[in-house]
Design a protein around this ligand. Structure first.
Ligand code: NAP
Length: 285
């Protein structure tokens, strides 16, 4: 099921995808792999996620687990999930802006895949990002990457990039949660047809025992994590919840059998405190 940016959340399903500005589509429910060790652990986690129905897997060269992610993707393919249904994202690390093509090829090799679905500039490194983006534009011609995007870009940094380069990023992956409800950035991305991808949507676990969230969770007979995930989905976001426990990986995917009312969406919207659990890109310029 492919939806445009403004989709009707009544029809959300685990197969829901959003259409990107380059014509490709991206699954809405993703699985994040930051801090999951390479080898058996990440292979088990990613394989579990794929078996639960997640189709977007998010890694990065700095996570040092691309090899295990690739192995898990191949294991899932052996179980019958076609490669074309799986969406793999990886990212260029800050130290690699002077060797973009080499870093990209190394990621591809570690993943052991024929192509990467989405390659992101991990952080908007000052003095490097514009030139790096021009190299990303050229990478598209190799056929080894389907879509290109950025991560941790502010509105000003997006505007600067769009003024000086040809291709508008398909995605901007940023920290986003009910306590960091970045409305202005979301509006800007929506207006410019850039998909906003929410990272650390579960606040790295820190706000899941918040009493107001618990009250709403009890009302819907869902877990606090499920409420936050559903809130993101109903805002038409792609999101990347991460868990290392199979039970929670499954729980986080079971968010398509209920709907948060408009009234409760407004309540959750009001929790914003600009609270970050990762680094603030605004401090980078
Ligand atoms: P997150 O998804 O917000 O939260 C993960 C934490 O929540 C883990 O401690 C996990 O514990 C816990 N958790 C997950 N499901 C739960 C549940 N149902 N009930 C209770 N606790 C639960 O944090 P994140 O890993 O920072 O962000 C997600 C992904 O976004 C990353 O893995 C990465 O792929 C991406 N990311 C990107 C950037 C960037 O710069 N582009 C930065 C940060 C993150 P257990 O593991 O014990 O379940």
């Amino acid at each position: 099921m492919i939806l445009n940016l403004l989709c009707d959340h009544m029809v959300l399903s685990i197969n829901s995808r959003l259409k990107m500005n380059d014509g490709n589509s991206i699954p809405m429910l993703g699985y994040g792999t930051w801090q999951i060790p390479d080898g058996k652990k990440v292979e088990e986690c990613v394989f579990t996620a794929l078996m639960c129905g997640y189709r977007l897997i998010d890694t990065a060269s700095i996570y040092d687990n691309e090899k295990g992610v690739g192995n898990a993707v191949r294991s899932a393919m052996k179980k019958g999930i076609p490669r074309k249904d799986i969406f793999v994202t990886t990212k260029l690390w800050n130290d690699d802006h002077n060797r973009v093509e080499a870093a990209f090829n190394e990621s591809l090799e570690r993943l052991g895949l024929d192509y990467i679905d989405l390659y992101l500039i991990h952080w908007p490194v000052i003095g490097k990002r514009i030139n790096t983006w021009k190299i990303f534009e050229r990478l598209l011609n190799t056929g080894k990457v389907k879509s290109i995007g950025v991560s941790n870009f502010t509105i000003a940094q997006l505007k600067e990039l769009m003024m000086q380069t040809k291709i508008v990023p398909a995605v901007n992956q940023v920290e986003f949660s009910p306590w960091l409800y970045q409305r202005e950035l979301l509006d800007f991305c929506n207006k410019n047809n850039i998909i906003l991808e929410a990272y650390s949507p579960l606040t790295r676990g820190r706000m899941l025992s918040d009493p107001m969230l618990r009250e709403i969770a009890e009302k819907y007979k869902k877990s606090p994590a499920q409420i936050v995930i559903r809130w993101c989905l109903q805002h038409n976001l792609v999101l990347l919840p991460k868990s290392t426990e199979p039970v929670k990986i499954k729980e986080n995917s079971e968010v398509f059998d209920f709907e948060i009312t408009e009234e409760d969406m407004n309540v959750i919207d009001s929790w914003n405190k600009n609270l970050r659990f990762c680094w603030n890109p605004e401090e980078l310029d």
